[in-house]
Ligand binder design. Structure first.
Ligand SMILES: O=C(O)COP(=O)(O)O
Ligand SMILES: [Mg+2]
Length: 221
């Protein structure tokens, strides 16, 4: 069975607006004005909550430490959980492509560095839970991407074989996960960097989800 594994943030869905709003809400509880802008800071949003908090605290001033990030992180997660699907949208064609892959006999899974609970909540709100045979999040296993273990768990959870699988993602973390697992990686070219993600030397770029079924067929003949 061939398997296509998807990253979530920045790959299946544009979650950046809600991630940035939650980071700004977290700063507000500490008395700070908003530091992150939905248009300018998308790339950082897709690098995850901690990356957003590091950028925000750097803009406020020097002297912050990783302990400050750790202290802010639960507040950020709580704000995000309360407003996870306000502006978040699936990318055009994503659902159709996953349905087409499944009709063509592929199994599908999600491997994300979002906490599993939040990822499951978001998938339910977006109505895509049943399109995936497995979902592995940042805290499902003791290790997260770019460790290959969550990737392999996602493939196997969907009933697949890692040696007959590919990863669709958006960041260097996804590229490194695929390399560590020894599988092809496709990076989406509709994110904030556009086709600039080619700098990460993926096996292929995906300009639009309509192209994915044919591309998956070529990478996994
Ligand atoms: O929340 C993150 O750190 C990134 O999540 P992703 O792995 O779904 O892109
Ligand atoms: Mg991502």
């Amino acid at each position: 069975m061939r398997t296509v594994v998807f990253d979530l943030d920045g790959t299946l869905a544009d979650t950046s607006g809600d991630l940035i709003a939650a980071a700004n809400a977290c700063l507000a509880t500490a008395g700070h004005p908003p530091q992150l802008d939905p248009a300018q800071d998308m790339l950082t949003a897709f690098a995850g909550g901690r990356a957003m908090l590091r950028l925000a605290l750097s803009r406020i001033g020097p002297g912050w430490t990783e302990a400050d990030i750790d202290a802010h992180f639960p507040v950020f997660l709580q704000a995000y959980a309360g407003a996870i699907d306000v502006t978040t949208r699936l990318y055009p064609g994503a659902v159709g492509a996953v349905e087409a892959l499944r009709s063509a006999g592929f199994t599908t899974a999600i491997c994300t560095n979002k906490p599993e609970g939040l990822a499951r909540t978001l998938c339910q709100r977006l109505g895509i839970t049943d399109l995936f045979g497995a979902l592995v999040g940042a805290d499902t296993l003791p290790v997260r991407k770019p460790d290959p273990a969550p990737y392999r768990a996602a493939v196997q959870g969907a009933g697949g074989d890692p040696s007959r699988s590919i990863l669709i993602g958006d960041t260097v973390t996804d590229r490194d996960t695929a390399r560590a697992a020894g599988v092809p990686v496709v990076l989406v070219a509709f994110g904030p960097e556009g086709a600039g993600v080619a700098r990460l030397a993926p096996d292929a770029l995906l300009a639009h989800y309509d192209d994915l079924p044919a591309l998956a067929g070529r990478l996994l003949p």
